[in-house]
Ligand binder design. Sequence first.
Ligand SMILES: Cc1ncc(COP(=O)(O)O)c(C=O)c1O
Ligand SMILES: N[C@@H](CCCC[NH3+])C(=O)O
Length: 463
Amino acid sequence: MSRSAHPAGPRYADVLPEGHYAAPPADLNTLDPRVWSRTVRRNADGVVTVGGLDVGALAEEFGTPAYFLDEDDFRARCRAWKDAFGPGADVFYAGKAFLSRAVVRWLAEEGLNLDVCSGGELATALSAGMPAERIALHGNNKSTEEITRAVEAGVGRIVLDSFQEIVRVAHIAERLGKRQRVQIRVTVGVEAHTHEFIATAHEDQKFGIALAGGQAAEAVRRALKLDGLELTGIHSHIGSQIFDMAGFEVSARRVVQLLTEVRDEHGIELPEIDLGGGLGIAYTSDDDPREPHEIAAALGDIVTRECAAAGLAVPRLSVEPGRAIVGPTAFTLYEVGTVKELTGLRTYVSVDGGMSDNIRTALYDAEYSVALVSRSSDAEPMLSRVVGKHCESGDIVVRDAFLPADVAPGDLLAVPATGAYCRSMASNYNHALRPPVVAVADGVARVIVRRETEEDLLRLDVG
Ligand SMILES: Cc1ncc(COP(=O)(O)O)c(C=O)c1O
Ligand SMILES: N[C@@H](CCCC[NH3+])C(=O)O
């Protein structure tokens, strides 16, 4: 691997946008345990390891770019969520964050349930043996086919998202001679403090049925009249990458308020509430996420308190974390191809992937960390922008980061916290071949999603 020195370039530029790192970390070789998965270390030779395996050897065997998923960390996070919420609640892992058959098996073994939001996710879950009654189907526009398949399979829950869907699911269930357990997803009118595209509980957006104006109460009225439906509860998901628990508290309070109205109008106490997912993770050392036990305590307290005030029995609670389970468990490994210093600006470090394996920086202005992992370096910190190889100037992986000034072609860089919404949102832009996902545990690495090949691309091209 080349270690040729590179001119240092600007250091603490005046070019840093407000709110971004003010200064480089004291030691660029240090790996902050908040952003790296639990078994990641830098060994005595300066090389980073995961699950005891050296990234140089992993790159050799599996190529780059590739996602490396720390299985022990994934399982530990599943257990932490499950233990925090206890036997009186259910944890549904949100499969949209990342789903594969191995992941489904781990979830099933760790006692988690699974939230899917498409026919493809449902097929993956069922094919890997997740019991149907532990699956919830989501989506704001589920097709008749998807609903039929879910009802036939016997999924434990369908989350209804519109007035049309209430009738659609009821008809399908009746036709199949079944009574489908459903929840109604409501929008509680909370402005979650997150990027506009990933906030989902303010009223002006496509998900759910508004509490405001009595729409959600009307949805309950209609659902209760239909023989094909067993309405078990109310669902709310306020958005994603949220740190502040205040939004969840307001959401819980408003959902319990609806349960109270339902009791007063219909004389029934709906037995479940689901407060969705959306808990934030650390992408950089500036992020300070809550632990599952703190989240469980906060949500449990508020639901118990509100129910007591309303004289309701406490319903069974469920939550749907995706990012908070899988996000911190993986990093993406890249090889540096070119290093371009723009005098007085910054240094562009190009890697062999980009927006096709991580669209989040371009889409949400997401911030990530990055480290030189194939060796340690005592070179000075250099203000860098890690970019991909796509034909877009917005093809940025890490907008502002400090890397050692001697970073050079052939070096390996790793971007941590890419377990969620990176492989699952990956694309074939520029006919990129989507990278593999390699699970690492106890000194063994195995491919759980293989790298795409040119044959895969050409197989679809039937013209
Ligand atoms: C209904 C629902 N549940 C759960 C999630 C999972 O969110 P996160 O991965 O942020 O925990 C999402 C995505 O935002 C969602 O839309
Ligand atoms: N995909 C988004 C979050 C949306 C999750 C689905 N409702 C992200 O990467 O942050």
